[in-house]
Each structure stands twice: as structure tokens, then as C-alpha cells.
Write a protein that binds this ligand. Sequence first.
Ligand code: LLP
Length: 442
Amino acid sequence: MTSRYQSLPGRAPGFTYQHSRRGLLRTKGPLVLHCEDLSMTTLAEKFGTPLYVYSGETITAHHLAFDRAFRDIHHTICYSVKANSNLSILRLLARKGCGFDVVSGGELERVMTADRRAAKRVVFSGVGKTREEITAALKAGILLFNIESESELWALAECAGRLRTKAPVAFRVNPDVAAETHPYISTGLHKHKFGVPVSEARALYAEASGVRYLRVRGVSVHIGSQITDAGPFGEAMSRVADLVRELRRDGHEIDYVDAGGGLGISYDQPPAGTFPQQVAAYAAALVKPLRDLKIHLLLEPGRSIVGPAGALLTSIVYKKSNNGKKFLIVDAAMNDLIRPALYGAFHEIIPVTLHTDQIAKSETTDIVGPVCETGDFFARDRTLPVLEEGDLLAILDAGAYGMALASNYNTRPRPAEVLVSGKSAKLIRRREKISDLLRQEL
Ligand code: LLP
């Protein structure tokens, strides 16, 4: 079992096991999980658990991998804020010139708070933008509105008219492409609520181009999330490329194609190849159909940038066994990371400290939280070294849709978040207190 843990094969290099050094002679101690150069035990002591720990190096490396993979085409990476919206993470990406994909007035406000100048690199997606949200985005001067229905188009025209400005418009088309992923996060089929059918797109573009306060700029698409096969991305992009040609023939100015997000990560097994290789395969599939179109490509990755960069650090509160069925009850719960409960998602869970004698013995156990629901689990029948109460566990690949989906269910304060850079760790969100939760109530 040592080798499985020692090298964390295929994992983002942000999290590695390193031997701790002890005493004056600095003798070799047990293997301890580190985030960059900091041991997770130190982080737990300093900030408490449950704790979200992010590797800044991984986030910037993944952003750079995208930038490099698309270097042959004009492009802007618009990080999907919904995956992890912490201001420090947005600031880190904004400093690299990254743009943002937002889906609410709240997310727009976050981007503006992180870096006001990033507004011109913001795309606004979502099926239910309100007039207030649209107006805020128009005032901010965003790059593009991805419009998902005729009604929304008229709402945008009305808001733009009131401000005497021209709103930049793309329609999000639904390419009717099936992608293999969880049904809750697949979006590219006609039965889903997203986008407008490709067959109706030309009529809508014609309508939009006749409105004084709208400026047609592009076409957008997003087929779903956690898609690990490049095939469906290429297929959707071919349909978009055909549509761009038709729209141009109809006389529309189509400068942008927004390819959405969706590139998946390997939660349960070592990925095929390094991250730059995975992005390169994705880029090849997207770029091929667009090659002769001279468009500016927008990308909205979320999970693939921040997912592998984060771990949820939790400590074992109790061990128990019901008629031989074993449980590790930890201090994190479904309210902190809902992906296993909501999607049956797999997350690799590893011990923070590995003593040589522990590695030899293993047991099969469920890892569960304290919330009063059977759905409150992180793993079922997982084989781990024999661990004790008080030991720490790291739930990997939790940087995306972890904290972003956290709630206060069971009146549990949400965890703190820290961003690690080399040997330094910055608290980027304070741990909530119960008093914070009660404050809003009258
Ligand atoms: N663009 C649009 C229009 C989206 O709807 C999404 C994700 C993204 C970009 C970013 O996709 P990504 O690159 O992160 O796959 N909570 C779920 C995922 C929901 C995804 C929603 N839309 C989960 O934990 O798996």
C-alpha cells in the first residue's frame, strides 16, 4: 500500500507525501501529506478542521496549461466562478489575465471586488438572469451576454435601451449532443432547459440584429460538466462552426465562439497523461472545426482549474462498528462537501500521516459525517490503513464545487479556507461561527 500513497500517481503535484523530520538529528519520521511545502498536520493545528486547503501553484499551473494549449488561436479563458468563488482565488486568476464566467449578480460582484478591470473579460451565462442582474452587468461593461431564450433577449434589449447602451449578445445554442456524465450536470440535449435549439438560432439572430440596443457578437455552447472524452466537445463545436458559417452568410458579425466549460478531471483513477496533455487533447478537438473561421474563442473551465487544487482536511471524531460494519465518523459533513451525497461522486480519501506499521494493516470502512441523514457519507466500503480517532484525512479533488456548494444544514458553520503558496498559507476565508448563522434571523 505504501507506493499507492507515496507517489499519489497522476495527482496534481500540489499534494504529495513527504517524510517528516524529527528531533535535533532530523531523523526520518512518518510520511505526511503536504500541500506544496506545508504539512497538512501543521495546517490542521493552525486553522482547525474541517478545512479547505488549496494549492495556488496548481491553480496557476492549470490556468497556464489552458493558455498554452490554445496558443494557436485567439482566446480568452473565462474561469467559471461557480466552481470556487473565493475572492483570493479570483484575484489570483485575474492577476494572470484570466477572464470570468458568471451566472449571477453575486458572482459578478465578486469579480468586480476581486478586480474591477476584469469586467471587460466577463461572460454572463444562465437561463434566468433578472433585469437587476442584467443592468448591473451592462453597467460593469462585460464582454458578452450568453442569451438562452427569446424572452431573455427582450429583457436585455429593454435594460440596454434604458441605459442607452448596446448589449453584446451571443445565443447559447443547444447542440443536441450527448456527453457521458452524471444526468444532473449534462446540459447539451434538447430535453434540458439550457440554450436555444440550433434550428431556431437563425431566426433569433435575425431578431436580435434588428434591435438598436443589441449587438450580435457570437455563439456559445456548453454541453455539460465532468466530461472526460474530447469527442462530444468536438462534435458540439462542429455544429457551432456550421452555424457560424450560416450566420455570417446571413450577414451577422460573429467574432466570438464561447465553448463553455466541462472538461472533467480524474476523481477515481490516475488520469491518462499529465494535465497539459489532457488539455491539449481537449484543445485539439475544439480547435479543429474552428480552424478556418478566424474567431476569438472563449473558454469557461471551472473544475479542471480548481478541482485538483483543493483538498478538504477533516479529522476522525469517532470510530464505530455496527454488527461488523465499520464507520469512521469525521468532523466534515455533506454540508461542507455535498458531491458524494448529491451525485454519488467518488473522491479519493487518504490519511494525512502514514506510519510504517499502519500501512501494513488495512480495514474496509465507510467514511461519514455527523449529519442526520444516511446520505451524509464521503465514501462507502473504502479500504484504508487502520486509523485512530483524532487522525486526519484528506478528501482530494475537492477544490471545485466543494466550498461553493457548502451550506449550513444542521446549523453547521462552514469551514475555513486557506490558500498555500510554497511555504506560506494564507487564510482566505474565516471559519464561520454559530453567531454568524444566527445573525440574519429576526
Ligand atoms: N459554463 C457553464 C455555462 C456552466 O454551466 C458550467 C458548469 C461551466 C461553464 C463550468 O463547467 P466545469 O468546467 O466546471 O465543468 N456541481 C456539479 C457541477 C455543476 C456544473 C454546472 N455548470 C459538480 O459538483 O459536479
